[in-house]
Design a protein around this ligand. Structure first.
Ligand code: DGJ
Length: 718
């Protein structure tokens, strides 16, 4: 009895301490990850841990305080801050103390932790949001900054996220390039100092570098081994990632809008909400990190993520600006004949005073060219209906050619300098989306077309110029808001489009893949990955985008780039993404046409696996002359394997490709599909049966010593 009372008293005495420990430590978990924060005795807020999920409560109490979670400018830290605020009295220090936190459970399985921090000298509040997608192992973070000073404050830095790491070695993979050479990975070790990945291009923001990175911790990661953080920012504009290693080899990663030329005047009680930074952390290499993102994106992020995608025939690579009604109607017939769902009319259909017969004029004037389309778009939607395909149309509504009626009427809607000669990127300028009137106009491009031609079933939304000649007539003395308010204006427009036309699929394009981020993908069902459709180049480009985006959103078209490769090779490559054709189908020979028609049928049957299955990158094109990727359905009953020989050396030795993601205990029927008519031979031409274990341990002989050779293998559980 005495004993029990003694323990009760001890327990009651400890209760406040336990409760304090409970409120002073905040733990955010997914199935395999923990992110742990603590409040220090000084009231400040620290990141104590980020890594594999910790389960034991006693272990948690052993964690060191760590590093301040959201470091401010002007205090005792000597490295890059997450936030920099200039107050009314020109003091630019900020000291954030923990105030409170709350956890909200969302109905869809995500849980959101909101931590409120406050300065004790200035009425500035910072809310850190962490949304954990438990099953997908994705954490979304963003920040809200507000204040109640008497007059506006100036935000000079405003990160979405700051994360801290403490490892012996760090290896960063960036994905950079240019037009037609997008997403080339480059790995670099990080040592003392700063590595910055950013963009200042505004509208065509990702032309030189994509808004995602991989960070391998401790040692370099492979597809199947190693600890790796995969992070990306959802912002369709200037972004910045800073990786800074300090004198103790601690690494901080700061992600957000690029603050370059973007000091933001924040009014009292206004909330500055940063874009979302998303990350996953894999302990089994980059492949798993990608699959986490793919699953999460389909379920939570991309427009119509749970719906299938349409195949299409585009006319751009085939006709360029040279077409007329008759030509287009015949292309619609071909689209139908090949089993494609949509005919997509590209650039060059508009402009009355300045017909858009090349890229030097007409952009901004969204009325049909009379010579080319005497009966208007309505005639085309009707013809498409007659032929049995849907009709899609290209627009570039954020841009204007100086030679256009729009520019003549509204020069003040255009971003350009009032007192200097204009500089043009692709002969065009960018409209000022910070201006609500311009937002109305851009929304009106889609709404006007949809109202007049409700049968339009698809849009390709292009954006070919970065912001140049930077000056907004609308923003006047707030010029440093332009980069940010442009993107916000774009989102206003896209919200309106989505609200009024929720079932309208749209492809995002930016002279190829210069706009590829997860915020844009809330509004777009897919993106054009690159104007480079040489299938060999595409093997690398699609490999790059697949690191963070699912195949469902990566548009891949069969074109006549690199005629040295067969139609089969080109089609096999394009079937790994969202398949389309942009080629003169009537120019194909009989065998090629038969092959393509069958390939479209195969693709339609395999869409649930290719578009919604788990992707395993088996052999990297960067490692040699061959590459292979496979997709596996969630129930592991169906898989498709793609294998390509690029430029093998003479008599080069090849190895079997070991499959992944199958059930070792199931028996699978393996058969080559997508064969050219009359093709002879081939080890898997006739079906063969193997166990999942065999396929993953021994593998299949899919590579050859032939240049630009490809195989598609269907794997079906028996
Ligand atoms: C750039 C795009 O990437 C192309 O696919 C095509 O739509 C052209 N613009 C049209 O101008």
């Amino acid at each position: 009895m005495m004993n029990k009372r003694f323990y009760l008293i001890i327990w009651l005495c400890c209760l406040p301490l336990l409760m304090m420990a409970a409120t002073r430590q905040i733990k955010i978990d997914t199935n395999t990850l923990s992110l742990v924060f603590q409040v220090g005795d000084n009231g400040r807020f620290y990141q104590s841990y980020l890594g594999k999920r910790l389960h034991s409560q006693t272990d948690l109490s052993q964690l060191a305080l760590g590093t301040e979670a959201y470091i401010t400018h002007g205090m005792e830290d000597y490295f890059e801050p997450a936030i920099h605020v200039v107050h009314n009295d020109f003091n630019s220090s900020l000291l954030l103390k923990y105030q409170s936190h709350e956890v909200k459970q969302a109905s869809d399985g995500a849980s959101e932790t909101i931590v409120t921090l406050q300065d004790d000298k200035y009425p500035v509040t910072v809310k850190l949001h962490y949304v954990a997608y438990v099953n997908e192992d994705i954490i979304k973070t963003f920040t809200e900054i507000s204040h109640q000073e008497k007059k506006p404050v100036e935000l000079q830095k405003f990160a979405s996220s700051m994360l801290h790491f403490n490892n012996a070695h760090y290896y960063l993979t960036e994905f950079s390039g240019d037009w037609a050479e997008e997403v080339r990975p480059a790995i670099q070790p990080l040592f003392f100092g700063k590595k910055v990945i950013d963009t200042k291009l505004g509208s065509r923001a990702d032309m030189f570098v994509s808004p995602f990175f991989q960070l391998a911790l401790g040692q370099e990661a492979t597809e199947t081994n190693g600890e790796v953080l995969l992070g990306t920012l959802g912002w369709t504009g200037n972004f910045q990632f800073i990786f800074e290693v300090n004198q103790l080899n601690g690494l901080r990663v700061i992600s957000g809008i690029n603050p370059y030329s973007s000091a933001y005047t924040l009014n009292p009680n206004e909330v500055f909400r940063t874009p979302d930074f998303y990350f996953t952390y894999s302990f089994n290499g980059t492949g798993e990190a990608s699959r986490n993102f793919h699953r999460w994106a389909r379920k939570y992020q991309i427009k119509d993520g749970d719906k299938t995608r349409f195949t299409l025939l585009n006319n751009w690579e085939n006709t360029s600006f040279n077409f007329n009604e008759e030509k287009l109607v015949s292309l619609m017939g071909e689209a139908k004949d090949f089993g494609l769902d949509i005919f997509l009319l590209d650039d060059g259909w508009f402009g009355t005073k300045y017909p858009r017969n090349d890229d030097r004029q007409g952009l901004g004037d969204w009325t049909e060219i009379k010579d080319k389309l005497p009966h208007g778009v309505g005639y085309l939607t009707e013809a498409a209906k007659q032929k049995g395909v849907k009709f899609g149309i290209w627009i570039e509504p954020e841009m204007v050619n100086p030679k256009s009626e729009l520019y003549e009427k509204h020069p003040d809607w255009v971003i350009h300098l009032p007192n200097r000669d204009e500089y043009y990127f692709r002969n065009q300028l960018v409209l000022d989306l910070s201006n609500p009137q311009v937002q109305d106009y851009v929304y009106g491009v889609v709404d006007g077309l949809m109202t007049k031609y409700p049968e339009i079933a698809f849009f390709k939304w292009d954006c070919n110029s970065p912001i140049t000649n930077i000056y907004s007539y609308y923003l006047k003395e707030k010029q440093t808001h332009l980069y940010i308010d442009y993107v916000r204006g774009l989102y206003n427009v896209l919200e309106r489009v989505k609200a009024k036309y929720p079932n309208l699929p749209m492809m995002l394009c930016s002279g190829g893949g210069a706009r590829t981020d997860y915020e844009a993908l809330k509004y777009f069902t897919e993106f054009w990955a690159s104007d480079n459709t040489d299938p060999i180049e595409r093997l690398y480009i699609q490999w790059g985008y697949s690191q963070v985006f699912p195949s469902k959103v990566i548009c891949a078209h069969v074109t006549s780039w690199n005629r040295n490769t067969s139609i089969k090779f080109r089609t096999d490559v394009a079937m790994m993404g969202k398949l389309g054709f942009d080629i003169n189908l009537s120019g194909l020979n009989a065998d090629e046409a038969t092959f393509c028609k069958q390939a479209v049928k195969n693709y339609n049957a395999l869409k649930p696996v290719i578009l919604d299955g788990d992707m395993y990158r088996l052999v990297s094109p960067y490692e040699g002359n061959h590459t292979s990727t496979m997709y596996v359905s969630e129930n592991q009953n169906k898989a498709v394997v793609f294998a390509f020989d690029i430029h093998p050396r003479y008599s080069e030795a090849v190895w079997p490709v070991k499959l992944q993601g199958l059930n070792p205990n199931k028996q699978y029927r393996v058969q080559e599909i997508n064969r050219m008519p009359n093709a002879r031979g081939g080890q898997y031409a006739e079906p063969k049966t193997y166990s999942g274990e065999y396929l993953m341990q021994v593998g299949l002989n899919l590579f050859s010593a032939y240049g630009t050779n490809s195989r598609v293998i269907e794997v079906t559980a028996e």
